[in-house]
Design a protein around this ligand. Structure first.
Ligand code: SF4
Ligand code: SF4
Ligand code: SF4
Length: 297
């Protein structure tokens, strides 16, 4: 089966235990205001244009038959609305234009992942499937995980949990550990921050817990959004109420995705970066409310 990925990263050490290969699937139903992977939102491949890397050579102007690229007074103008996503202009191989997302088969993914099997065996690692939201390409994800299991791999998915109960149950058979995002305790604010409330997500989290699946609760903390006492208490309460939540991971907001917004023609929400003191305070507050281990990513 084929699907669309935007990255396959080998030797990852922050996506679950041991050394892992992380496969990033394209497409996500949520639109978190703090997302640092905006290139993952749409399911199909997209064109990224980094204006600051353009040297105005003009090669793309010649190659694009849709007239999207033009040079005016030594400035590059890119009219994204005319783009038919043929990706001819990326054949210039310049640093300013990049096609993000490509079709690949699950067999080819497994071949790539299996290159590092010896490292997984020595470190307790395996495959992590992330996104975007990996469940967005459900059939493809299922196919990858079935094949990974058939090859004896330890499997993780990193998910926002926004899917149907049928799907979460079906996928769980092939997943050893869930990295489950917990973004906001208040349902209304969850909708404001991500586009949907958290009711479906919480039900899926409860289902996984009741099925005995191992879960790491991943909590992005975003200044001015969810860095509130009520949410810190919510994180602690949910972790303590579910015996299969192994530990909590705090993920402080960072701005590493900023340049990507501009390259995709998207507007980025301005968010204040937390300092080290903010992170220590968050950690202390969440630790105070829970019996579970809390780690700072
Ligand atoms: S986007 Fe690339 S090919 Fe086009 S003018 Fe800039 S550097 Fe040249
Ligand atoms: S992807 Fe195709 S249509 Fe879009 S700018 Fe490049 S060459 Fe033009
Ligand atoms: S769920 Fe993850 S990938 Fe999707 S919008 Fe939110 S942060 Fe981005």
């Amino acid at each position: 089966m084929n699907g669309t990925v935007f990255n396959i990263q080998r030797f990852c050490v922050n996506d679950g235990p041991g050394i892992r290969t992380t496969v990033f699937l394209k497409g996500c139903p949520l639109k978190c205001v703090w997302c640092h992977n905006p290139e993952s939102h749409k399911a199909e491949p997209e064109l990224m244009f980094y204006k600051n890397k353009c040297v105005n050579c003009g090669r793309c102007v010649v190659m694009c038959k849709s007239g999207c690229h033009s040079l005016c007074n030594s400035s590059h103008i890119f009219d994204r609305h005319k783009c038919i996503k043929c990706f001819e202009c990326t054949k210039t191989n310049c640093n300013a234009l990049e096609k993000v997302g490509h079709e690949i088969s699950s067999d080819d993914i497994i071949t790539e992942v299996m290159k590092d099997k010896i490292f997984y065996d020595n470190s307790g690692g395996g495959i992590t499937v992330s996104g975007g939201e990996p469940l967005f390409q459900f059939d493809f994800l299922l196919d990858i995980l079935k094949k990974a299991k058939a090859h004896g791999l330890h499997t993780i998915i990193e998910t926002c949990g926004f899917t149907t109960q049928i799907r979460i149950k079906q996928i769980s058979e092939y997943v050893d550990l869930f990295l489950f995002d917990y973004k906001e305790t208040d349902a209304k604010l969850h909708k404001e921050f991500t586009g949907f409330d958290n009711i479906i997500i919480l039900n899926n989290l409860k289902t996984l817990n009741s099925m005995g699946k191992s879960i790491i609760l991943r909590c992005p903390i975003i200044p001015g959004y969810n860095d509130r006492e009520e949410h810190f208490n919510g994180i602690a309460n949910i972790a303590d109420s579910m015996e299969n939540i192994v530990h909590i991971e705090i993920e402080p907001y960072h701005s590493l995705g900023s340049a990507k917004y501009d390259s995709l023609g998207m507007n980025e929400r301005k968010i204040t970066l937390p300092d080290e003191n903010d992170k220590k305070i968050w950690l202390a507050k969440i630790c105070a409310g829970t019996r579970k281990k809390v780690l700072l990513a």
